[in-house]
Design a binder for this molecule. Structure first.
Ligand code: G6P
Length: 608
């Protein structure tokens, strides 16, 4: 959702900005633009549409000329997608250019105030007020001006500013919106996320809430909200830029699906020392675990679905009540939370606004918070009391794949560790589950080694208008994620139902031509699932089964079946997720959809 890149250094800024914007495309956007300072003037080129269109307008990134600049991909919130509403925005006197992510809640008030003083606005956006305000407040000292601008803004923002008043400098400020500073050799960067600057540097600094930065090619100076200079410690990213490239795959999503054996290994292996699970610096000892009487797991989208898988695993083995809550619901629900609640916050990006707000609320209520996050040093990772990183690597496709399966794997580790502390699991079962978790990558690889059957099913059914997913227990949790994947990228209406609920309403929707994907990996629930499958077929619906060798008898009663490798019933959601990701992918590919950037969706949802 919106992307920012900024550059100051010795090279031409435009090609660097355009390349950075291409790397930010995955966040979701509808227009883009760049502003470049040539020492005297600011040149702006912007357009509605894809970065490809911007590339054409800038002669392939050859103009405007200059070595200092800012760029932006916009996801419209205030004002329709159009050339004029695209960023960067210029102050009416042409001295200040601004890119902004987030929402300025008091923009109307600032706008009418400035209009009453004769300022004429060009766009319908909230963001333009930042450029106009900077020009209006400028007092001969840029740092002072930037601080004064921050002081007036209410809302959330990550902002990049350039000005003819400081022609070698990029200013950056942030509050409740992601922004990193990349420290290069004789050049510095600002970026919404590291992927945009990773080919230039591996050293980054996170700006804290309310902080701002002044960057020239040779200096990076940081300030707190009162304008006092502060020291910041850089951190290094060991992700290689090739991890953020397609590496020959037609889509990032397919590449990321295939990266799952490595991603799960990286998430799990370093945490297993002999028979012990060591969760980095998280202190889960008998004292802490026994004082917990409830766990809240909070997330959005697929992260929430990972939480539902985690809930059944943790409840089964820890015998602690677990609530899995959507972050957007949690924040307005007056949650019953105190210091006996452990709150597990799940987020791939670590920046989702609703999830961040939920985390803050849980902390305020006295709960201990543990974040399961992929992106290093992201807002959620920094805000939580403890963090357990999933080492999935950069995830570019909007629809998460390796982000999700590594979250599930991380929750297995947390659950298993707590179960052992609470003596709710036999040592044999503990060891066997631990071993089976480490075997998950090779089982995933097995599915990936031959995807032909899933592809054939997908192509056979890709023109259907509606697909139901059913399952029981942990298979129901897996079906939620399967349905989300399909609707996200193929635009086919897909719904997941607890199989036992079919008869309470949904079955009225089943007719000839309806496809139901039945997930049957739980041996104990196989017969119940069979009854549900037969009920669908009696209404002339077609059924595809996802099973394991143990449950493959159901195939006899289905129109098709994909058999996954043998797997412990409790761990099957990881394998099911991979099979259903592939199904969704091949359906979307057959329909010619924009798989990596589905319409209206954003990778990182930084507004509530
Ligand atoms: C967006 C993405 C989803 C993701 C959700 C939560 O909606 O499109 O794929 O699951 O945000 O994102 P997070 O980064 O918090 O896991």
């Amino acid at each position: 959702m919106c992307g920012i890149i900024g550059y100051t250094g010795g090279k031409q800024a435009s090609p660097i900005l355009i390349k950075g914007l291409e790397r930010l495309e995955y966040r979701g956007y509808d227009s883009s633009g760049i502003a470049v300072l040539d020492g005297t003037n600011i040149g702006i080129i912007k357009t509605r549409g894809k970065v490809e269109a911007l590339k054409k307008k800038t002669d392939g990134g050859n103009k405007p000329h200059g070595t200092v600049g800012i760029g932006h991909t916009r996801w419209a919130t205030h004002g329709v997608p159009s050339d004029v509403n695209s960023h960067p925005h210029l102050s009416q006197d042409g001295r200040f250019a601004v890119v902004h992510n987030g929402i300025i809640e008091n923009y109307a008030e600032i706008k009418s105030d400035l209009e009453s003083k004769g300022v004429v606005f060009a766009s319908d956006t909230d963001s333009e007020v930042i450029a106009q305000l900077a020009a209006y407040l400028y007092n001969g000292n840029m740092t002072d001006t930037v601080r004064a601008v921050c002081e007036r803004l209410v809302g959330s923002y990550a902002v990049g500013i350039i000005s003819t008043e400081a022609p070698d400098t990029v200013y950056a400020m942030r509050k409740d919106n992601p922004l990193v500073i990349g420290l290069g050799k004789n050049e510095n960067f600002i970026a919404s996320d590291i992927a945009a600057a990773l080919e230039h540097t591996h050293e980054f600094v996170q700006l804290g809430d309310g902080e701002f930065a002044r960057l020239t090619s040779h200096t990076a100076t940081f300030f707190d909200r009162d304008g006092n200079r502060i020291e910041k410690t850089p951190y290094s990213i060991d992700w290689d830029i090739s991890r953020a490239e397609k590496a020959g795959y037609p889509h990032f999503m397919l590449k990321e699906i295939y990266e799952q054996p490595r991603a799960i290994t990286d998430t799990v292996r370093p945490r297993i020392k002999g028979n012990e699970i060591v969760l980095d610096k998280i202190v889960l000892d008998a004292h802490n675990v026994n004082s917990i009487d409830k766990i809240d797991i909070i997330g959005c989208g697929s992260a929430y679905h990972a939480g539902i898988v985690g809930k059944s695993f943790i409840e089964k083995y820890c015998r602690i009540r677990v609530n899995c809550v959507l972050a957007s619901e949690y924040i307005y629900s007056d949650p019953i939370t105190d210091n006996r609640t452990l709150t597990i916050i799940i987020s791939q990006s670590g920046e989702t606004a609703d999830t961040l707000a939920a985390l803050k609320l849980a902390k305020k209520s006295g709960s201990h918070t543990v974040a399961v996050v992929n992106v290093l040093e992201s807002a959620i990772a920094r805000e939580a009391d403890d963090v357990l990183y999933t080492h999935a690597g950069p995830e570019i496709a909007v629809a998460t794949t390796k982000g999700y399966t590594t979250q599930v794997a991380a929750l297995y580790l947390i659950g298993l560790k707590m179960a052992r502390i609470k003596h709710n699991i036999s040592e044999d079962r503990y060891k066997s589950l631990l071993r089976k978790i480490t075997e998950l990558p090779e089982k995933v690889q097995h599915i990936l080694d031959d995807t032909s059957k899933i592809k054939t099913f997908a192509e056979k059914y890709s023109s259907h208008k509606c697909v139901f997913f059913i399952g029981r227990g942990t298979d129901y949790a897996a079906s939620l994620e399967g349905a989300l994947k399909l609707k996200e990228i193929s635009y086919i209406h897909a719904e997941a139902y607890a199989a036992g609920e079919l008869k309470h309403g949904t079955i009225s929707l089943i007719e000839k031509g309806t496809i139901t994907i039945a997930i049957v990996t739980q041996s104990a629930l196989q017969q119940k699932m069979l009854s549900n499958i037969k009920a669908v077929q009696s209404r002339y619906g077609s059924v595809l089964a996802i099973a394991t060798p143990k449950t493959s008898d159901v195939g006899e009663f289905c129109d098709g079946m994909f058999v996954m490798p043998e797997c412990d019933d409790d761990l099957s959601p990881v394998l099911t997720a991979v099979a259903l990701q592939l199904f969704a992918y091949y359906v979307a590919a057959d329909r010619g959809c924009d798989i990596d950037k589905p319409r209206n969706l954003a990778k990182s949802v930084t507004v509530e």
